[in-house]
Design a protein around this ligand. Structure first.
Ligand code: PXG
Length: 289
């Protein structure tokens, strides 16, 4: 595997960062997880735009333009002959002194990895996920805003640990008011009748690119789609609940806190949107070749 490292394609074994990189020392940096389907990078412009917004929010100067970044992503896929897979794009604060001050770091480090990912086994997509709501609260927007896709993912890692310790693969994070925010690495949707609801970013959700794509596909298919405050009660009484994310794609939730959702298997709306998403993803994107 070849890794893009600051403008060069480097063999995996030589792709290394300094122990003085603030990405390592402080989780100071931003990232994106992107997919390629059928020889095309999915929603590349949207991912690059979000990366630059995250970077701006943390005063991180990337040192290359968004257009150059998009070309670098495509170049990395090409160098690895990737047609279907997963791209991890990171920008770290770079090498600095010990001490928090990011302005002592001279240059951001840009790393692009083009590889594979399978988040959950295929069986889970057929049978659906069992989840619990978590005690680990989503970061409050006035502290580290969850809209920043930063390298500082301990909030989510702690939530994931709590879910796994409880014997389930995924958990639902609530915000400081007890409202549903999102899963540890996915957004959440609640279906009742022909209406889909998902928490707005101010409730602690990342503005997921899969989420936004699914909102568009669902509207196109005639569903009403709303951003709304969602409580645990809304999850318990939903016809269907599903999660969306670049890695997970669309996965149905069939049990929340021991309450069976709908018929106890991924429902018709989840299946319809999942199929429509696959069709859309395989025919849209930036050509790798
Ligand atoms: N919420 C959070 C906290 C995320 O980290 C999403 C929602 C979904 O957003 P997108 O834009 O992907 O639809 C994410 C994305 C991984 C991995 O390695 C995690 C994400 C994306 C890709 C890979 O676990 N999280």
């Amino acid at each position: 595997m070849k890794i893009y490292l600051n403008g060069e394609m480097v063999p995996e074994a030589e792709a290394k960062v300094s122990v003085f990189d603030h990405g390592l020392l402080y989780g100071d940096g931003v990232f994106e997880g992107i997919r390629a389907y059928n020889g095309r990078v999915f929603k590349l412009d949207e991912h690059v735009e979000r990366l630059y917004m995250s970077a701006k929010a943390i005063c991180l100067e990337i040192g290359m333009s968004p257009a150059e970044m998009s070309r670098a992503v495509v170049q990395t896929c090409k160098a690895n002959e990737l047609r279907d897979g997963y791209i991890r794009l990171l920008v770290t604060r770079g090498v600095g002194t010990l001490g928090l001050n990011p302005y002592h770091c001279k240059e951001a480090q840009v790393i692009i990895i083009a590889a594979d990912i399978q988040l959950y086994p295929k069986k889970l997509y057929e049978e659906g996920l069992t989840v619990v709501t978590l005690g680990t609260m989503r970061n409050v927007p006035e502290a580290v805003n969850p809209r920043i896709k930063s390298l500082n993912y301990l909030n989510n890692v702690l939530a994931k640990i709590e879910a796994v310790n409880a014997g389930v693969a995924e958990g639902i994070m609530l915000n400081a008011h007890g409202h549903v925010a999102e899963a540890t690495g996915e957004n959440i949707f609640v279906v009742r009748g022909r209406t889909l609801r998902t928490p707005p970013p101010w409730c602690g959700a990342l503005e997921g690119i899969t989420r936004n794509t699914v909102m568009g596909i669902a509207r196109e298919a005639g569903y009403e789609v709303k951003e709304d405050v969602i409580n645990r009660y809304d999850l318990y009484v939903a016809d269907e609940v599903f999660l969306t994310g670049t890695a997970a794609e669309i996965v149905g939730v069939v049990q929340v806190d021991r309450r069976t959702i709908g018929g106890g298997q991924p429902g018709p709306v989840t299946r319809e949107l999942s199929a429509a998403f696959s069709t859309y993803a395989c025919s849209n994107g930036t050509d790798i070749e």
